[in-house]
Ligand binder design. Structure first.
Ligand code: NAP
Length: 301
């Protein structure tokens, strides 16, 4: 039996783990299948105070801090959360095991929203990708498309522009006003990035007879763009599928904290209303941990 179980190993979960373990609470991090969530995919984390470097390095060092204070970690994903009348929690995981705790902090974050057009699913891993930092290397010297117009899409385009010969950003609106000015300026300064505004894709297919596995992206205007890879960055949806309907969620699946039972807390990108930033995830992980610690202390009396 743990005092506090934390779901997720991104900035929210790991910050919560530091606070809980340091408060001498028996703490378990249920990390997900891989460490760090979306932060692990950030090539250059440059807006977290006091740190500039890779997201994965930051995650690993934060995990070391948490385990240094005694937090345990298991790599598995929660498939269900149950609680009894005394609000004792059981987490059921996809590794076939269950874990029990007095309190639970959910910090499972968000995942990339999928592009729902013909060919996008079928060609995933064969030219279509949701992770520029993971797959960008394979497109060195090639032509790629980035789909989307937010900070993620523009950051992906910048990352890819260092590798690829040509990057086109396909965006359905007429300017990148959604993205931060500093990122927009960097994109504008790159000669090998071209925005294609007022355009959406309707289908993706393999180019017939292409020896290098090129793709054809069909646009709303009927144009066909030949490219080597397509990187999709069209926003995020919360990872909250493991919860039942008793927990209220907003239209993108993020949890309304007012709907939570005693002893269940939420932090990070899966919390309704939060700005999706590493810094805000850290703050909300800290806050959830302090609430959980205080709750466990009171429950124990
Ligand atoms: P986002 O801000 O929600 O932007 C998603 C983009 O995808 C929008 O431009 C949207 O178009 C477009 N889109 C959505 N559905 C689409 C579809 N079906 N087809 C084509 N385009 C579609 O998502 P994000 O860029 O992933 O950012 C998420 C959060 O993380 C934001 O709060 C962002 O600031 C933050 N973030 C911050 C940084 C940073 O601080 N450096 C880096 C990355 C992300 P519309 O504009 O027309 O809606």
């Amino acid at each position: 039996m743990y005092d506090i179980i934390i779901l997720g190993s991104g900035p929210a979960g790991l910050t919560a783990a530091i606070y809980c373990a340091r408060a001498n609470k028996k703490t378990l991090i249920i990390a997900g299948d891989t460490l760090g969530g979306q932060t692990a995919e950030i090539a250059n984390l440059e807006n977290f105070p006091g740190y500039m470097g890779s997201g994965m390095d930051w995650i690993q060092s934060t995990l070391k801090q948490a385990t240094g204070f005694g937090a345990e970690i298991v790599y598995a994903s929660a498939t269900d959360i149950k609680w009894d009348n005394d609000f004792n929690y059981t987490i059921i995981c996809d590794n076939g095991k269950t874990y029990n705790a007095s309190a639970v902090i959910m910090g499972t974050g968000a995942r990339a929203r999928r592009l729902e057009i013909q060919g996008a699913k079928e060609l995933l891993g064969q030219g279509v990708s949701y992770c520029a930092t993971c797959d960008g290397f394979f497109y060195s010297g090639k032509k790629v498309l980035v789909i989307g117009g937010g900070n993620s899409a523009l950051n992906d385009a910048l990352y890819l522009a260092d590798l690829a010969k040509e990057v086109q950003i396909i965006y359905r609106k007429s300017s990148f006003t959604r993205a931060e000015a500093i990122i927009r300026d960097r994109v504008a300064a790159r000669k090998n990035i071209t925005p294609v505004f007022n355009t959406e894709l309707t289908a993706i297919r393999k180019k017939e007879d292409s020896e290098t596995g090129e793709l054809v992206a069909v646009t709303t205007t009927g144009d066909e763009i030949v490219c080597d890879g397509i990187f999709v960055a069209i926003g995020h949806e919360a990872n909250t599928d493991y919860l039942d309907e008793s927990i209220k969620r907003d239209d993108v699946g993020r949890i309304e904290s007012s709907s939570l039972p005693n002893g269940l807390f939420v932090a990070g990108d899966e919390k309704s209303g939060i700005k999706m930033q590493v810094a805000t995830a850290v703050g909300s992980g800290c806050s959830a941990a302090m609430d959980a610690i205080s709750y466990v202390n009171t429950k124990g009396n």
